[in-house]
Ligand binder design. Sequence first.
Ligand code: CUA
Length: 309
Amino acid sequence: MADLYWVMFGAAVVVLAIVVGALVTAGIRFRERPGVQARQYHGNTLLELIWTIVPTLMVISFSVLSYQRLTLVNDVDSGAAMTVQAEGKQWVWGFQYPADAKFKLSDGTYLKAAEELHIPVGQKVKIELSSVDVIHSFYIPSLGGHKDAVPGRATAVWIQADRPGRYAGQCSEFCGTGHADMLITVVAQNPIDYAAWQDAAVKQANLFNDPAVAQGKQLFTSLACAGCHTIQGLSGGKVGPELTHLMSKKTPIGGVAGLDVNEANLVKWIGNAPSLKPGIVMPVFSNKVGGPLDDATILAIVKFLETLK
Ligand code: CUA
C-alpha cells in the first residue's frame, strides 16, 4: 500500500509542478504592463486534448494499480503459513492458535492467548476475526491490514512481519469505555526463537491442565487456605495476605528475609509457618484425621500456587 502511495504521490507532485509552473510563467510573461497589452485566447485543440487525455490515462492507471494492490491485500488465503483466530470482546482481543501439533495442550485443546500474539517472521499469517459483542477493528499499523470484527459475520485479514520485533496495535473502532485500552502486541520471531517460545507457552498453558495443579486448587478451596487468603476470582479471605499474583512478588514469603518465593520455600512455609515466623497466625495444618498434612498434599497446593503469576 505504501509503494502505491508513493507512486501516486510522485505523480501528484509532477502534476502540481507543471500546473503551478505554467500558471506562474503565464502570469509573468503575458501580464499587462506598460507597453504590453494582455491578450485573450480562445480554444486550443492540442492543449485541450493533452489535458484531457493525460489525466484520463493517469486515473485509469491508478485504478488498475489500486485494483491489483487491493486484490493482494484482500487475498487472505494464498500462501498463508498459519491461521489464527482473533476474537474481539469488550475490551480485550483473544487469540486462538491453529489446531497444529505444536500448539496442542495436554487437555486436547490448542494454545490460546490474550492481547499478545506471536508470529513467525517473514510468513503470511491469516487472522480470522470475530466479535462476541460490538464492532471492533483489528489494526497493527506497521504490519498492514485493518479490518472490522463484526458480531455474526466472519471477516479476515492477513499480516506479515519482515523483521523480528514487537509491533503495537490497537482496536480502531470505538467500542465503549475500554476502547482505548484494547491494545494488541504482535511479537514476530525468527524460527529458533519462535520454536522456543512455542515450547514455553505450551508448557505454561499445560501447567493449568496438570492434575497436581487441579488437585491443589481444589485443596486450596476445600482446606483452610481460602478462608484467610484472597485469590481474585477464587477466594476472598482477608486474614492473610492476598495471593493473586504470588509468583510475581519480590518480597520474601511472609516478609521473612531470605525466604524467597519458590517451590521449596512454599512447601516449608505451608508445612510449618510458625517455625519460620514465630508467633504468626498461620498455624501448622492437620489433615482430616488430625495428623500432619502429607507432602503430596502440600506439594499439590504449591503446584497450584505456582500458577499465580
Ligand atoms: Cu474494541 Cu475499540
